[in-house]
Design a protein around this ligand. Structure first.
Ligand code: MG
Length: 362
């Protein structure tokens, strides 16, 4: 019989985040780079951006996604190194080999970050062992967070970076959470932060003291989710399935058509279903693709990549419709239409609808 975990507050989740991953690997592999500002990414003479800055470079205010040219202005003597993804991927694989010694339940978030569920094991011991293995075998440091859910484990790993090891228990969560800026809650990006600030909500405590009904009325399920995180509740599980790269829906029409309006209902239904699938995986997408197959079986795809990630039915439908009308040639009858979303952003605004009124119980 399957064992039932009775204590949902048991410390079972570990979040491992490698410190300045690309830059640390380069520093490890070249003695001349050690203790120096190292910037991995595009060339400072071109239009490239910083992928990873070593901690020495961060002291100059250099960070990921900054134009490399700007980084050079901030620190003219920094060492610029082109990205070597092949090398970083192979190190990432070595890190995962270490994870697998301790658990099978691994959810990779990116090349240098993962959630682990140790089940009945001791997450504090396992977390320490993993950190030690990474250091002694790969000569790299990781920041490790241990807690009773993913949200708190990730919060923990970020608290003492670099080379950190932090445990958040239910007791420490109760003390810690109210003191944090709302920005620390999953789902609060720059935009939401500003909206909350406008309501006078700056810390998690402010949020907890705010009129609950108002928040839920204003933000719907997002309001629920925000409040759940504010209480340290996150019921998402460590998802070991292969990282999804795209999701799609398609239909072969019952009759070929050259009437673009007849295709709209399909886009509506695809948008609704894709929006639900994105919600349930807690993903947002930046690219929408429309696929059409013609009566001569020729297949074409047309995409649009957005600046801001989306997940709602309305946004998906309007983007899909835009592509259909602006970019898809309707010069002969269409026999199949499909819609695909990709270029995911995670973790993002948490939105999974919950049917347990958890907020009402607290
Ligand atoms: Mg990292």
């Amino acid at each position: 019989m399957e064992k039932v975990r009775v204590d949902s507050n048991a410390l079972t989740i570990i979040h491992v985040d490698m410190d300045a991953f690309y830059a640390s690997i380069e520093q490890r592999d070249n003695i001349h780079y050690r203790n120096k500002p190292v910037i991995v990414g595009g060339s400072p003479d071109g239009r490239g951006v910083v992928s990873t800055a070593s901690y020495e470079a961060r002291k100059f205010g250099i960070h990921s996604a900054m134009p490399a040219r700007r980084a050079k202005e901030l620190c003219p003597f920094a060492i610029f190194i082109p990205t070597n993804m092949k090398k970083y991927k192979s190190v990432s694989k070595q890190v995962h080999d270490i994870f697998r010694r301790y658990t099978k339940l691994i959810e990779p978030i990116s090349i240098d970050e993962a959630f682990l569920d140790v089940g009945e094991g001791n997450a504090v011991e396992v977390g320490r062992a993993i950190k030690k293995d990474i250091y002694t075998e790969l000569h790299l440091t990781a920041s490790v967070g241990v807690s009773y859910n993913k949200f708190l484990a990730k919060l923990a790993s970020d608290m003492e970076k670099p080379d950190g090891f932090t445990v958040i228990t239910p007791k420490t969560a109760d003390k810690l959470l109210p003191t944090l800026p709302v920005r620390k809650l999953w789902g609060v990006g720059e935009k939401t932060e500003k909206e909350l600030n406008r309501l006078g909500i700056f810390t998690v405590r402010d949020l907890l003291n705010y009129d609950r009904d108002f928040l839920i009325e204003r933000w719907g399920r997002r309001g629920y989710e925000l409040l759940k995180f504010a209480h340290g509740i996150d019921d998402s599980v460590v998802d070991t399935k292969q990282e999804v790269k795209s999701m799609g829906e398609e239909t072969t029409l019952s009759q070929d058509t050259q009437n673009i309006r007849e295709l709209e209902p399909y886009l509506k239904s695809f948008s609704a279903s894709l929006s639900n699938r994105l919600y349930s995986k807690r993903l947002k997408c930046k690219t929408v693709t429309i696929k059409t197959k013609y009566n001569d079986f020729k297949l074409i795809t047309r995409s649009k990549t957005l600046n801001e990630p989306i997940d709602s039915y309305e946004e998906l439908y309007s983007t899909g419709k835009y592509i259909l009308y602006q970019r898809v040639p309707i010069d002969r009858p269409i026999r199949l239409i499909g819609m695909q979303v990709s270029n995911f952003v995670y973790p993002y605004e948490p939105i999974q609808m919950t049917f347990t009124d958890i907020i009402g119980d607290v």
